[in-house]
Write a protein that binds this ligand. Sequence first.
Ligand code: NAD
Length: 361
Amino acid sequence: MELKITCIPGDGIGPEIIKEAKKVLDKVGECYGHQMKYTDILMGGASIDVHGVPLTEEAVAAAKAADAVLMGSIGGDAANSPWYQLPPELRPEAGLLGIRKALGLFANLRPAVLYKELAGACPLKEEISAKGFDMLIMRELTGGLYFGERKTVEENGVRKAMDTLTYDENEIRRIAVKGFDIAMKRKKKVTSVDKANVLDSSRLWRSVVEEVAKDYPEVALEHMLVDNCAMQLVRDPSQFDVILTENMFGDILSDEASMVTGSIGMLASASLNDTRFGLYEPSHGSAPDIAGKDIANPIATILSAAMMLRYTFDLDREAAAVEAAVEAVLKEGFRTADIMSQGCERVSCSQMGDLLAEKIG
Ligand code: NAD
């Protein structure tokens, strides 16, 4: 199979981690008989330096022409980089917002996995972390409070601000379908998170999710109020498989779930539209403090590439091979600096890529 992948190395550690992800993908291609066709595009600071803008129309066209986009990270050190002297619409982050919009990405997926070998990094009590966890937060990305009408007015000398939370049933249905589809590839459980005891938008959310669930009889559906979910994530994260939720709740819960893993260099993510197309990137930023030193952890990007194999290309076996390689290398005691612990062997970014590629096949 031919896999057309547009890569955005980006800024900071981005080019280093994308290089390692390509190394692993190339090995997957070699072992399983696929051809990787990469096109690299500039975005963020790298694009500002060359084109004066963080995202060009040519770059968007190249992204659209591919089956999937694999991104490193964009952005720099806001206190020192000249990119941040520019107006907001010309700064690196504007490129990211622009490409997400251009590609119609409405579903954000963030897995939070606690590997047994990294349990020491988990800030939860040992009796909780010992059970491990492997969940995925599916967040609606283009609706809700962040995109509703807003205004600030003054009434009788008192300032008043208003934000509106709106969802229509189609927006809810398309993300629910994605959530159930993905649960079918996992442990077949969906926890739909809302605030249906208070919000109309949540009551609609709940009823549309129930309608969609009828098409997935194998998937167990439960509803959970968002405040309870925030507690359950630290009380017993092992109970979750897919958490399906709206934009703002997902924003908050996905950061909470990331924190309980304790390892920022390990967290993958994906943003999908209503085709098989997706943009895959690590959850972390461009880490300008360690850029160019070959010490970054490439695993979040490599696990994002595994998500790409599974969700865009339907290559479950190949994705599982990449994930198994990560587990095996951790089990053998190899660690990049950010996840280093006593008794383990410290390796560089490129050595980690080599070790993972060696394990495939
Ligand atoms: P960051 O995630 O880049 O770094 C936070 C800390 O984690 C730093 O100490 C860094 O060295 C470390 N870290 C991050 N990733 C690592 C990895 N793979 N291996 C080892 N250590 C790692 O967050 P920040 O410092 O707040 O942001 C830096 C820049 O990244 C900013 O310009 C920000 O806007 C941008 N950013 C981009 C994205 C994106 O492209 N999607 C996301 C978040 C932040």
